[in-house]
Write a protein that binds this ligand. Sequence first.
Ligand SMILES: [Fe+2]
Length: 205
Amino acid sequence: MVSAMPRGIGCIVDRLPCSFELDTLSPVLGAFSSKSERTLSDLAGQFLDAAAYERALAEGDRLVYVVYQSTGSGQAGDLDYGLTVLWPGKIGNEYWMTKGHYHHVLETSEVYYCLQGTGYMVMEDISGHWAVEKLASARGLYVAPGWAHRMVNVGNVPLAALYVCPSHAGHDYHTIETRGFRKLIVEQGGAPAIIDNPRWQGCRR
Ligand SMILES: [Fe+2]
């Protein structure tokens, strides 16, 4: 880093410009403020095949995904960014996925840039509209305000994506944990397919 500006002087928030490496499987931790690891047990109740989930969990609480986070000030005008790395796997015929979330501040959006792997971003809004967009290396994705979002890995290698969102957006995981997503991504005939989630509890509003 090269900077002539002392921390906190003349800045709206207490952060300085910086750059960072994006080696997807071993990112430079110094560029990120924290690392969150999510294992199978963190995804309890999210997979459709409950018996397959219990069998998988009995074999070990495996690591499903890691989020390297540079969390900002939490103020409007600042940005959070980070790297999500989602390992490949299936529970029954349903591909491994992230927990998924709405933003607490629904009026906030997010951009993803996929660095490696193959998958989908499953999205839905508070009125029940849904969208599924492909994630692949060098492909970007825009999550519009008010849309919940979840990454799904349908490939054989880790799915890695950079994310950038407003620092005051916040995460609402509870809505998805209790209501689920309207659509699921499963393997059918050797290929990914979008199916209705029979346990979906309806849209948030
Ligand atoms: Fe988000």
